[in-house]
Design a protein around this ligand. Sequence first.
Ligand code: BGC
Length: 795
Amino acid sequence: MDYRALVGKMTLEEKASLMSGENFWYSQSLPQHGIPAIMLTDGPHGLRKQIGDADHLGINGSVPATCFPTAATIANSWDVDLIREMGVVLGTEAAAESISVVLGPGMNIKRDPLSGRNFEYFSEDPYLSGKLSSALIRGMQEKGIAACAKHFAVNSQEYLRMTIDEIVDKRALHELYLESFRMAVQEGKVISMMTSYNKVNGIYTNENDYLLNTVLKKTWGFDGLIVTDWGGNNDRVAGLKAGNQLEMPSTIGVTDLEIVNAVRSGDLEESLLDTRVLELLKVVNKIKPLPAEAADMEAHHEKAVDIASQSMVLLKNKDNCLPLNPKTKVTVIGDFAETPRYQGAGSSSINAYKLDNLLNALDETDIEVVAYAKGFERYGNTKKAVYDKALQAAGQADTLLVFLGLDESYESEGVDRSHLDLPQDQITLINQLTKLNKKIIVLLAGGAVMSLPFINESDACIHTYLAGQGGGKALAKILTGEVNPSGKLSETYPLSYEDVSSAGYFPGKEAISEHRESIFIGYRYFDTKKIPVQFEFGFGLSYTSFTYNHVMFEDNHITLEVTNTGAVGGSDVVQVYVHKKDSPLMRADQELKGFAKVPLQAHEKKRVTIELSDHAFHFYNVETESWAIEEGAYEIRVGSSSRTIHQVIEVTKNGIQAPVTMCNIPKSYKELDIHNISDSDFEALVGYKLPDSNWDRKAPVNLNTSIVETATKGVVGKFVNWIILRMYKNKMKKGEPHAANAILLVQSMPFRTLSRMTGGSINEEMLAGMMMAVDGHFFKGTTKVIKNIPSKKSK
Ligand code: BGC
């Protein structure tokens, strides 16, 4: 099709109208020009297609779909092929529902274990995250639909996510926060990209010319669709100039008019608008969901079971007490065994087609469940009688399966966690059970790092993460030994939160969030500073054991022979880390640069080839603003976790000498005193003077003032926030954590999104009135709001 000619036939208004949605989930159609609307919908671990009321937080219903394990879970599989297969199934369901763009994968880097959306992201490591999300993307896109990598970039916290300014130095930005997106573009060939809500170094990502035009488009060659996060547009014209083609959802024409006016006033070249329209049309034309095969939901369920079973991590197995012997009598304790915690809350909440639980799944095995007790109240206030019942049940068997975890209130889009602990009632329970002198097998549910104070008192521990609709069956298979666990942690479990490098800097509390720890996050910090951890990155046990022999490096590939030395089949994950010797640069001790999941029968031996990253030996050179290899000696460490290295190979690489200015490492970084980075050392790294970390108390309320910030503006704001907190607490009391968190996240919303996310029910005039009301003009503001409430007729 000659799109240029088509664009030439459109009026300015028509072109502008294509730059935002027709409604909540569809892009704008222009039937007079034969342009269809396409549907974009969540994602990422299943489909959330809404056919009734729409929302971006998973509050209203959606069509039943296969709910796979979340990204935090599948990341533990380290299995590129398996994740591609999950993508194919997802793509099939999407195509069958005529969806063009699935909003996922979510692939932000886990800077801090408390970040509220970690359950939706893959890893603290960009290579692992990039490799696995690329596989998911490729699988999805095989079915003719587009994946949408999100949230580009540095969505490191949920609190104030729509206004926070994430301050990151260029090296951390490229080596950590952008790297997995680069891989999604260059390796995954992702067709669309969603910008994040936050700012990066002072500029909203959606208006960030550096991130979108320079990095994404020019450097990486991305030529797909750039879409805002829902309600994430700040300045429409600036976004368009930076490279965005689509604002979602509909703004009922408000921002289309801004584009039209900008062209008329000469602020925006019409030719640039034409370019964006052309880019959009090319993508719309490229997406062709394959003719709907009727989705085989039972087969998809089995795939979900398989993926979950390959992703669970065996953390402890004293005296090989797992797998359980056939006919073992067990008591099951813990509410999660009956009512599984299998996904997170927010826009990714899938209406699972069906749901397994552990109790039912155990019924299908030869394990004998002699008693079950829920053991604790999910949302607190457990009565003594509930604990007593659990203790009684525990008396009936020598082996206890105790299912603990983070409840629904702990992990939600829009809300960060405030600590790593499990709910206190569960700790009270396990402390009583461990005194009983029974075999205690702890099962865990939850999408993020948690502290495990009972681990020494337990005999075995399996972390299921958030295992999706098939999690119950998958766990039963691991307990019985039908599946040999092969999951490896994709994030580090610290001994205490205080050990985490970003502790003290996270989250940004008002205007900015300072990534003072720079490149030292996760194992990059723990392993460099040699801090003891609970479980290291890449850790996970098996029912068998493996050895590595004949390790060789050639042509950016590692080859080795892996042997299963045990009597049962199983899969190992060979991990390759690269260490630069004697570098004058600021560097992590080692970085993951290759891995392979290797399935082996009992006593089987296999020759394995692992291709290393195209950035295996690189660092980001801030002098030239490009990647470079530092010349000299490197160690290639081959192991089964970041701290269990079996073989080391030394290689020498040609490259450049470490740039002189980069060798001038600020003192606190040189000393790895990461918790005490001074202002001046951090400024030296970011290259500019830090902005004020506080909100400007004197500034008038504006469209970017968040609701929580209004508490600093006077009594009305204080009152509004007080009401929000009361409503939150009420919902929590009623045991409605999803609704409670959805209320809490309103605090993090700026005024501009109130109008955007209500489809115009709160119009611009009402918004202005609200801002007046909290800014010292209560009566004038309220009157303006009331006067502008649209009458039913005008709706
Ligand atoms: C989330 C996105 C999601 C979108 C649409 C936003 O709140 O940040 O990840 O795709 O809503 O539901």
